[in-house]
Design a protein around this ligand. Structure first.
Ligand code: HEC
Length: 235
């Protein structure tokens, strides 16, 4: 969702385009584990897909047009109909609670979240940052470093967007945190989770010192970024 405005894809940014990204999960052993050639053979044999690919692309299914179709579908999943957006656009505060409003303030100031998660989708212009989830031992994904081999990128990951974040647990590149409450606890006191992290960003050197009320306000703000299109629940 909301992936149109990116310069890089995947947590370590290894794909430059949505088309390139789209083919990754098909072959990845941890995801679909399906040789691309077999996926394409199945599409060719499938009456409806074979016909539709001809109608749209003028040729049979191929790696190229399969990647284009998946990328175009993903481009249709842009969302901006949330309590937060309605409040920002026309000051309609009926669904943007006082708690969420205080949470927005904390996000922008004391919590320092906005320093990295800025922009309309909170993606911070796709900058790679180290939030402290690398210690070279049990937290051992080197992140962006695997792509650039630049020591500065050790443990750095692409700043992810936060729209619909309440719907997409677990969190972080390795799914280490099961809930948004855990994520907020982490940012508040990172050392309690990863005691000897390597290269953690200067913004996160000191505990944030958030009170219980401030943490629940921040949570209310994150939940207010949920678009109705993607959930049956009342937001
Ligand atoms: C120094 C930059 C930085 C700051 C400050 C920061 N973030 Fe992040 N945030 C990131 C990066 C980078 C990741 C991805 C880390 C990873 O994958 O291991 C991330 C991940 C997240 C995620 C999980 C996203 C997902 O899809 O898994 C949430 C939620 C989040 N941040 C919220 C916040 C909140 C709330 C704050 C403020 C309390 C905050 N961030 C402060 C850079 C930052």
């Amino acid at each position: 969702m909301n992936i149109t405005d990116h310069n890089f894809y995947f947590w370590d940014g290894r794909a430059a385009t949505l088309e390139e990204q789209a083919l990754g999960p098909i072959e990845n052993p941890a995801e679909m584990n399906l040789p691309l050639s077999l996926a394409i053979r199945r599409l060719k044999r499938h009456a409806l897909y074979a016909k539709s690919f001809y109608a749209i692309y003028g040729v049979a299914p191929s790696a190229l047009n399969l990647s284009q179709a998946l990328a175009d579908y993903q481009r249709s999943l842009e969302t901006s109909d949330t309590p937060f957006d309605r409040y920002m656009q026309n000051q309609d505060s009926s669904e943007f609670s006082l708690s969420a409003r205080r949470g927005l303030q904390i996000f922008n100031t004391k919590g320092k979240c906005f320093d990295c998660h800025f922009g309309s989708d909170f993606t911070g212009n796709d900058q790679f940052k180290n939030i402290g989830l690398y210690d070279g031992k049990s937290w051992n994904d080197k992140g962006r470093f695997e792509i650039t081999h630049n020591p500065k990128d050790l443990g750095a990951f692409k700043t992810p967007g936060l729209r619909n974040i309440a719907l997409t647990a677990p969190y972080m590149h390795n799914g280490a945190f099961k809930t948004l409450t855990d994520v907020i606890e982490y940012y508040n006191t990172p050392d309690k989770f990863v005691s000897a992290s390597i290269g953690r960003d200067a913004l996160l050197q000191q505990p944030l010192g958030l009170s219980a009320q401030e943490k629940s306000d921040l949570l209310a703000f994150l939940i207010s970024l949920t678009d109705r299109r993607f959930t049956q629940k009342k937001i």
